[in-house]
Design a protein around this ligand. Structure first.
Ligand code: CA
Ligand code: CA
Length: 277
């Protein structure tokens, strides 16, 4: 009896050691921004991202504030290295497994246009993959949802664009240096060259530069700075002339002109870039 129990115990240890090391592998993390058909990032708690494959659901997550700026979903997917022929649990994926993602919002299940175009496959264990998701229909398959393209056509009084085919993701219809896809992402009007992403230096006061830019709801704004135009670093800012320089980003809540303050190096030159997502 003692012998039997001892054998069982040893076997369990060996199996356990095997199972921990191989084939289960570190999770693969999928993350990104889920946007509605007009390009607005979905609000926290307004939808659920569901990942599944042929055998059923793998994981789901709520739209949530991300650990990174501009990220509103993150989901961990169990990975199996596939070394023993069967996966260690039914929901585990092989690194090359196809899977699908759906977004449940307001009782409606959406197949994001990025997933409808190309079925994603998982990457390496322990790695992270950014996969931004867009709700809606993209009938001309250019990455821009029909709803956004139709809204642009409806607002155009000049006759420049009349059909979905005439609104191309890579074109710059208003000549402001931003493609239509970029304007969709940052929420600017793609037929007005004055409505784009611009950063103005208003003044230099008390060792700080006063900068100005326009924000729109749902977009997140960040600055980067450089002394030589080659190396760029994240630049925090203050929201008042004497405020602490501790804002790494600003989340737009309305269409407004925002002024921010950044410290300047003594006797040096500084360059700034504005990013929106
Ligand atoms: Ca389209
Ligand atoms: Ca443009």
């Amino acid at each position: 009896m003692t012998f039997s129990r001892t054998c069982f115990f040893l076997a369990a240890v060996l199996l356990g050691a095997t199972a921990r090391a191989y084939p289960p592998a570190p999770d693969h993390v999928l993350f990104g921004t889920v946007r509605d058909e007009l390009g607005r990032p979905l609000a926290v708690g307004s939808a659920v991202v569901i990942v599944s494959h042929a055998a059923g659901e793998i994981a789901r997550t709520q739209i949530a504030p991300g650990t990174e700026v501009g990220v509103n979903y993150q989901v961990r997917l169990p990975v199996d290295l596939g070394s023993v022929g069967t996966v260690y649990k039914p929901t585990a994926l092989l690194p090359t497994s196809p899977f699908t993602i759906r977004v449940l919002r307001g009782g409606v299940v959406y197949l994001p246009i990025e997933v409808a175009r190309v079925g994603p496959t998982l990457g390496e264990p322990g790695k992270r993959t950014r996969l931004d998701l867009t709700l809606g229909v993209d009938s001309d398959n250019d990455g821009l949802p029909d709803a956004w393209e139709r809204a642009l056509i409806d607002r155009d009084t000049t006759g420049r664009v009349r059909t979905l085919a005439e609104v191309k993701a890579g074109d710059d219809l208003d000549g402001d240096g931003l493609t239509n896809l970029q304007e969709y992402l940052i929420g600017t009007y793609a037929l007005d060259r004055l409505d784009g992403l611009a950063l103005e230096v208003l003044a230099v006061e008390n060792g700080r530069a006063r900068l100005r830019f326009t924000t729109v709801p749902g977009r997140v704004y960040r600055l980067r700075s450089s002394a030589n135009l080659n190396e760029w670093s994240p630049q925090s800012f203050a929201l008042s002339a004497a405020g602490d320089v501790n804002q790494p980003a600003y989340s737009g809540r309305e269409v407004t002109v925002l002024e921010v303050w950044v410290p300047l190096p003594v006797g040096g030159t500084a360059f700034f870039r504005l990013y929106a997502e």
